[in-house]
Structure formats: C-alpha cells, structure tokens
Ligand binder design. Structure first.
Ligand code: PLP
Length: 382
C-alpha cells in the first residue's frame, strides 16, 4: 500500500488581507450592514458590469428575494433542474408555488435542457431557474429567448459561477435576476453570504427593502440620523449581511482571477490524468477551457456504469481522498418525492454515478496527481 496522503476536499483563499479588513470593521464598531456592505455591492456590480447589486445573508436568501420580487406565489409553477442544490425548490415551496423539475441535457452537459424546460411551461409557469453547474454556463441564448417569448421570468442560480463572461454576457446578468452564494465552499466566500442582481431597477430596490423587513428606511440610515422612523410596505425578512462578511467578500473578489488560474491548471491536469479511463465520463469535457470561460467551481466525474459509488468513495476516503456528490437530485429527496410528473431519464441515469473530486486553489499538483492516481487504482480493481 502506498503512503496515505490527506487531501483536503475544499479550502478557501482567505489570507492576511481579509484578516486586516475584518480587523478594520471590528475597530470601526459598526458590524451590521452599512458602508462596507455598500462598497462590496458596488465592487461586485462593477465587476459584473451592472449598475447595482444587493448583498444578502446567504445564497438561499438571494433565491428567496429573487423569486419573491418576481411575484412568485401560490398557484404558480417554477421550472428548474432537479440536479441542483435544493435551495431553489425550497424557496419556491416557501412562497406557496410548485417546483417543476426538468431534466439535464446529457451526461456531458449537466445543465438544464432547454427543450425539457419548454415542454414543461404552462399558463401557471411564473419563472424558470437555470443553474450554471460547476461553473459552466447553461444554454442561456435558448433559455432567454424561450422565456422572453412566453413572458416567463428567468432566474440564474449563479452560485457556482461568479464573474464568468460568456458570449451572452456575464453569468448572473443574462436572465431577469441573478443569485450568487458566498458559502464556505464557494469560489468567493464570506463564511455565509449571497448577492442578488437584476435588470429591473424597481425590483432591485424591492430586493433591498425585502432584505430588511421591507422597511422604508434602513437601520444604517437611522443610525446616521438620516431617517427618524419607518413604514413597512410589504412582507420582508432579515437577510442583511454583516459588515464582517462584506469586508471579507471585497477582498475575496480581488482574488478571483488568481483563484481561477489555479483552478484552470488543476482542472486541465485532472482531465489529462483521467482521460481514456474506460467508462469514466468527465462532464463538460468537450468544452475548451481556454476559450470557454467557466468558474471551474467543481471537478465532477461520472463513474463507469455498474460501479458501486459508495464503495469507491469509501476506498478513496481510506486513501486520504475525500469526495462529495453534487447533487442528490431534488426529485429523489423524501420531501420532494412525488412532486415530479415527468420522467427525468438523464438525471436518473447519471445520479448514482456522480462523484466530485477535491478542487480548490490551494491544491498542489502533487495532490491532483495523487487523487487521480488513487481514483484510477480504485477503479482498476472494480
Ligand atoms: C450553495 C448553493 C446555493 C445556496 O447558497 P447558500 O449560500 O448555501 O444558501 C444555491 N444553489 C446552488 C447551486 C449552490 O451551490
């Protein structure tokens, strides 16, 4: 047996600059959403090339705000891939609407299939959620045209895809509303955090109010002596980020280019080392990583058919290689079972074969070689 190395599944790029930025916030003694958050919003909006953005407490909150400000409510349907994180389905359900699950395109492209989406549109469809799986763009030209034709809103769950410029524009800014997450494992992290952008000024203003109980003035303004009282004009939440999180996010944003370069090197290396393994599929493997921009958030493979994933994961774990699964399809989760009326053949076929390998900017080439070799050797005996 080879010497066991312990590879870390995920890590972040937090360094001294984040520590200094947090120290500045603590020293200022104003910790809730205020001017540091405003600066973060402006920096993120500038990077995306849009006029403004609203930072919130997490990506799930971003989806809630997005759907709520689009008017999603009881009786409505929201079409989304089943193969994504449960947050979109949960927020749809919370609003009294029904999540409708669409299939993904193929084992080579795990984003939602526009033809499947089209087949599911009804008079009740209020919105479609596209998710840029592992950082690769969903088919935005088709989804944009189809939803615009039908007067259906298009939401981008861009949790995997911060600052990805495609032929159609920056991911998150192509649909009506874009949602980002800064959870611990994401390419930009603030511990917990999220952000909403959108193409409609009034809706973005409503998002900002919904973040803070739909009050007509913010605590920060009152603290500044700018407003004496407030009214509440709609149902709101407390989805405010802290200044601590926003300070971290502002620095993290500046690290994204370097982070992506490292992710590109790792992804390229993984692809080379795993190419030609019989039955092993590398989704998005035909997308040219140089011309095709992607946030390269995750490195996902499909195990050969008939291989026991639990067994492979356990063998890898023992060799110091942690893995994950993105995602257990939503329609197979207990709470959502029975929601689906249509078959999801591709999703069902790939679900049990999905395996996410370690990928983060602090990974060394030796770690990548080790993970790829261990996976090959584990598969060789199965
Ligand atoms: C992380 C994630 C979310 C939720 O974001 P949180 O910040 O964890 O609430 C939603 N959708 C996708 C695809 C995600 O990866």
């Amino acid at each position: 047996m080879t010497t066991v190395r312990q590879v870390q599944f995920s890590d972040n790029t937090i360094g001294e600059e984040e520590v200094a930025a947090v120290t500045d916030v603590l020293t200022s003694r104003w910790l809730s959403a205020g001017k540091v958050t405003r600066r973060f919003e402006r920096a993120f909006a500038d990077a995306l090339g849009v006029p403004d953005a609203v930072a919130v407490s997490n990506g799930t909150a971003a989806l809630h705000v997005a759907l709520a400000t689009l008017g999603v409510g009881p009786g409505d349907e929201v079409v989304m891939p089943s193969l994504t994180f449960v947050a979109g389905a949960a927020m749809t359900t919370l609003l009294g609407a029904r999540p409708v699950f669409a299939d993904v395109r193929s084992e080579h492209d795990l984003t939602v299939d526009p033809d499947a989406v089209e087949a599911l549109l009804t008079d009740r469809t209020k919105a479609v959620i596209a998710m840029h799986y592992s950082g690769f763009s969903a088919d935005m030209p088709k989804l944009r045209a189809m939803t615009a034709d039908r007067g259906v809103a298009l939401v981008e769950d861009a949790a995997h895809a911060p600052l990805v410029l495609t032929d159609s524009g920056m991911l998150g800014t192509i649909g009506d509303v874009g949602c980002f997450s800064f959870y611990a494992t994401k390419n930009i992290t603030t511990g917990e955090g999220g952000l909403v952008v959108g193409n409609n000024e009034a809706r973005l203003a409503a998002s900002r109010r919904m973040r803070s109980h739909h009050m007509t003035s913010a605590t920060w303004d009152r603290h500044q002596g700018g407003a004496l009282s407030y009214d509440v004009t709609a149902l709101g939440m407390n989805y405010r980020p802290t200044e601590i999180a926003s300070a971290i996010g502002t620095v993290q944003l500046s690290r994204l280019d370097a982070d992506r370069k490292r992710r590109l090197a790792i992804t390229t290396r993984y692809r080379e080392l795993l190419a030609g393994r019989p039955g092993l599929v590398i989704p998005f493997g035909d997308r040219d990583l140089v011309t095709e921009d992607s946030a390269l958030h995750l490195f996902v493979v499909l195990l050969p058919e008939g291989v026991d994933r639990t067994d492979v994961r356990e063998a890898l774990r023992q060799r110091g290689v942690p893995t994950s699964v993105h995602y257990p399809p939503t329609h197979q989760l207990s709470f959502y079972r029975g929601t689906t009326v249509t078959d999801l053949p591709v999703t069902d076929r790939v679900a049990g074969r999905l395996l996410t390998l370690p990928l983060h900017a602090r990974m060394s080439d030796e770690d990548v070689d080790y993970v790829a070799n261990e996976l090959r050797s584990v598969l060789a005996t199965r």
